[in-house]
Design a protein around this ligand. Structure first.
Ligand SMILES: Nc1ncnc2c1ncn2[C@@H]1O[C@H](COP(=O)(O)OP(=O)(O)OP(=O)(O)O)[C@@H](O)[C@H]1O
Ligand SMILES: C[C@@](O)(CCOP(=O)(O)OP(=O)(O)O)CC(=O)O
Length: 404
């Protein structure tokens, strides 16, 4: 008997121009376009195995080993049924293909980083789900076509269908058929972009993106200004900065847009606060680090950005990562040694950290150990990957394997 199954992994993406607001909550159609950098799956990824079998009695999904309910009419069910529709179209054209669209599926997914902690697990998760089903169903779909379905799982997930630098074009049609992700540039265009994630809090967050942005749409006047007068010009400017590999412009726009996103959160009634004292101290450190560079006749060297939580993502060129890690460690002592995936520091490690010459050390106070729990160093990465049988997360009986 044939086993119909496929495994795929997908990356996390972190937006430079933020998606915040829906014009259609069921189809997940945004009030503005957005743009992100896809991060390297070698460090952060969701891996998903999907299997179709005539003996399965219902569609089931396990996330990190625990069964996750597939609610009727919910996001998971929407994505799975949209993928089955695409499969049914393949079967209609090729009658010899097995009728997988009529079988139930068992899906096992695993995130190698904290779930629902503001590290964009829903983005990599839905991208991996859609990618594994696309391989299982042998769909002739492009990443942009698949992004239309991942979008209905979680808006930001549509951008994880591509590597590199990715735009989600908001589209104008009521059915959402033009609200999809496109590649602005592949990672090979600008592989020098690295990211340092400062994990301030990896617990489940207070106000979810989904409910927070809806409240903003309903109550914030500032959001209307942002979507009409600010984002369209920023989308053009940051795309041009990426094309020209102009880090200075890329960094300025990224920080401005993070600030404005948190301003519209504050402009929401009741207000939403995602940043905390630690987040604000990291902003002060990045601002001062850039000031020193500009004062010496140089350009911006780092850009902070924050999603719906206190964790910072700092984009920079590879050559600056060592200075920035040293800076963060100086103010935020680490309980565990910095995992140095790019071997920037020798055997001595980061030590106590340090600041660059001319840095005003009074811009922030030194925090206690644990204020920044972990530092994850990664870089721009590729799009979803198809994995081999040996990577399957499902055992012979169609339930998740126990992972070592
Ligand atoms: N690998 C996965 N496969 C399927 N669904 C997933 C996966 N990982 C996460 N999800 C879904 O995404 C939800 C978490 O999304 P949520 O938006 O709360 O957090 P986040 O994505 O980590 O944070 P943010 O979107 O603010 O960066 C999970 O509860 C689950 O429903
Ligand atoms: C702040 C953000 O990370 C918001 C992400 O929101 P989600 O994509 O998690 O929201 P839903 O579409 O409701 O699932 C900005 C961004 O990623 O663009």
């Amino acid at each position: 008997m044939s086993v119909y199954q496929a495994t795929a992994s997908a990356p996390v993406n972190i937006a430079c121009i933020k998606y915040w607001g829906k014009r259609d909550t069921k189809l997940i159609l945004p009030t503005n376009s957005s743009l992100s950098v896809t991060l390297d799956q070698d460090h952060l990824r969701s891996t998903t195995t999907s299997r179709a079998d005539p003996s399965f009695e219902q569609d089931l999904l396990w996330l990190n080993g625990a069964e996750d309910e597939i609610k009727p009419g919910g996001r998971l069910e929407t994505c799975i049924s949209e993928m089955k529709k695409l499969r049914a179209a393949v079967e209609a054209k090729s009658p010899n293909e097995p009728k997988l669209s009529e079988f139930k599926v068992h899906i096992a997914s695993y995130n190698n980083f904290p779930t629902a902690a503001g590290l964009a697990s829903s983005a990599s998760g839905f991208a991996a789900l859609v990618s594994s089903l696309a391989v299982l169903y042998k769909l002739p779909a492009t990443p942009s076509q698949l992004s239309l379905i991942a979008r209905q799982g979680s808006g930001s997930a549509c951008r994880s269908l591509f590597g590199g630098f990715v735009a989600w074009e908001m589209g104008t049609r009521a059915d959402g058929s033009d609200s999809l992700a496109i590649e602005v540039a592949p990672r090979e265009h600008w592989p020098d972009i690295h990211a340092l994630i400062c994990v301030v809090n990896d617990a489940k967050k207070g106000t979810s993106s989904t409910s927070g942005m809806q409240r903003t749409v309903e109550t914030s006047e500032l959001l209307q200004h942002r979507i009409t007068h600010v984002v369209p010009a920023r989308m053009r400017a940051i795309s041009a900065a990426i094309t020209a590999r102009d880090f200075d412009a890329f960094a300025r726009i990224t920080m401005q847009d993070s600030n404005q996103f948190h301003a519209v959160a504050l402009d929401t009634d009741p207000p939403i606060f995602y940043l905390n004292d630690v987040s604000r101290a990291i902003i002060a450190l990045v601002v001062e680090y850039n000031r020193v560079s500009v004062a010496a006749g140089g350009k911006l060297k780092a850009a902070y950005t924050y999603d719906a939580g206190p964790n910072a993502v700092i984009y920079t060129a590879k050559e600056n990562v060592k200075e920035i890690v040293s800076l963060i460690v100086k103010y935020f002592p680490q309980a565990d040694a910095f995992k140095d995936p790019f071997k920037l520091f020798g055997t001595a490690g980061v030590g106590e950290g340090s600041v660059v010459e001319g840095f005003n050390t009074n811009v922030a106070k030194k925090f206690e150990v644990g204020a920044v729990k972990t530092l994850i160093h990664t870089r721009v990465g590729d799009g979803p990957r198809t994995l081999g049988e040996e990577e399957s997360l499902l055992g012979e009986d169609g339930t998740p394997k126990t992972l070592a």
